[in-house]
Design a protein around this ligand. Sequence first.
Ligand code: PXP
Length: 255
Amino acid sequence: MRLYVNIDHIATVRQARRTDEPDPVRAAVLAELGGAHGITVHLREDRRHIQDRDVRLLMETVRTGVNLELAASSEILEMACDLKPLQATLVPENRQEVTTEGGLDLANQGHARALAVALDRLKEAGVRTSLFIDPDIQSLERSLELGAEAVELHTGEYANRRGDEKGRELARLAEMARAGRAMGLAVHAGHGLTYENVMPVAAVTHIEELNIGHSIISRSVFVGLEAAVREMSDLLRLAPQMVAEPGRWISPLGF
Ligand code: PXP
């Protein structure tokens, strides 16, 4: 299980004052020292947090890999093809939203066409491609048809539910991860994952990568970023054992 740390909110703090600190480039170094397998940034059309300069510098300084999130129809596609991050994840984008609210709308013909074009261009540039989708079979099938190499399953519903409903959302994620893998897609997951809710998702066999941002950056305010990433990384490593033997597992971190 790879941990990609989303550092957008380091830039959110910087942009609150439009100054030069804290610097996401420094944050990426600390996240890598803490055990991140990759660094995720979302370059939004409104540039509300990550800036072009950040992406350019991260491409030169990150030693693991950059996963660039972007909207298919944005001018950022040019930049992605030029900079060639390890991976690009296409996401829906709406200027009014506080954060990405759901998976891509693959049933909309116009969106699907734009996605297919973006996927082709990124693949031509040698960039690994992923689509952020809701965990349902139609979205998996459409992702495959459009030519994606990977999908990122939206875990927001799982994160927001309680009790039995949460259990059902987890089962849905596990089932869709299995189905996606059987179709030949690489399966990633993310959104809304925290230190408290990550373990069952991290134990899902066919999910190979998690993208986590807000919870790690929030914790880093208190314990430092390197420690926050290390703690999350420990949870991911321990998750399969914990879920297999829930009664016997005692969290060394108190979660
Ligand atoms: N995956 C995608 C596609 C996202 O847009 C985001 C948020 O930027 C994340 C994962 C990370 O979500 P969170 O910040 O809730 O961990």
